[in-house]
Design a protein around this ligand. Structure first.
Ligand code: AMP
Length: 220
């Protein structure tokens, strides 16, 4: 049990549900949701210098260089809102990034409370990613099906993230296995890892996280 956990990392393959769970947890517990993927996509959309540097990597499903991402996260963690607690979603993704984070945190007076590893079998990951769309109007994540072809929230049209194209999905999974999977052992050795079964409905997975981290009594 982690007691009053508030500085958390969400670990898991692309499509494991990290972003969905992070949004929900951030909303319920007033923590900041720090998704490096969202930050990079935002920078690319705005055409910032960082976005320009990151664009070709993100498009291909490759990792952007460690120095760039570490700077991005380092700056963000210094913002005052992060003192209320944060959920890192999509960072760290390499052992080097994890080591750099470890060096960074004491200087910011931040302690890492837990790493939530959402585990989903490979077959479900490919299936999930190939059905994952975003609403072009409101940004809602939508799982498309025969019955769901427009955004259930606002009726907007659904677009697929360029890196969720089938050809890029298998590459992203192999990048994940090579670079990110080793972090599971790293955090397990530190006694920080909380493994969660990520199969089943979003609500069920959310309840598993709450109960496993003993967060029931901490909801606002
Ligand atoms: P995500 O939304 O987390 O799946 O991230 C989308 C893409 O952004 C990844 O495929 C990478 O190209 C890039 N990215 C996000 N986070 C990182 C990170 N921590 N290190 C390197 N690249 C990242």
């Amino acid at each position: 049990m982690v007691g009053k956990a508030k500085n958390l990392i969400l670990l898991g393959a692309p499509g494991a549900g990290k972003g969905t769970q992070a949004k929900r947890l951030a909303g319920d517990f007033n923590w900041v949701h720090l998704s490096t993927g969202d930050m990079l996509r935002g920078a690319i959309k705005r055409g910032t210098p960082l976005g320009a540097r990151a664009e070709s990597y993100v498009k291909k499903g490759d990792l952007v260089p460690d120095d760039l991402i570490i700077e991005l996260v380092g700056e963000r963690l210094q913002q005052p809102d992060c003192t209320e607690g944060f959920l890192l979603d999509g960072f760290p993704r390499t052992i080097h990034q994890a080591r750099k984070l470890e060096e960074l945190l004491p200087g910011l007076n931040i302690r890492l409370d837990a790493v939530i590893y959402i585990r989903v079998p490979d077959a479900s990951i490919v299936e999930r990613l190939s059905r994952r769309f975003t609403c072009s109007e409101c940004g809602q994540m939508v799982t498309a099906s025969d019955d769901v072809t427009v955004c259930p929230k606002c009726g907007g049209s659904l677009v697929r993230r360029p890196d969720d194209e089938p050809a890029t999905i298998s590459h992203r999974l192999s990048v994940y296995r090579t670079n990110t999977q080793p972090l599971i052992d790293l955090y397990a050795e530190k006694g920080l890892l909380f493994e969660i079964d990520g199969t089943g409905p979003v609500e069920t997975v959310y309840k598993r996280i709450i109960s496993r981290l003993d967060l029931d009594s901490e909801s606002t």
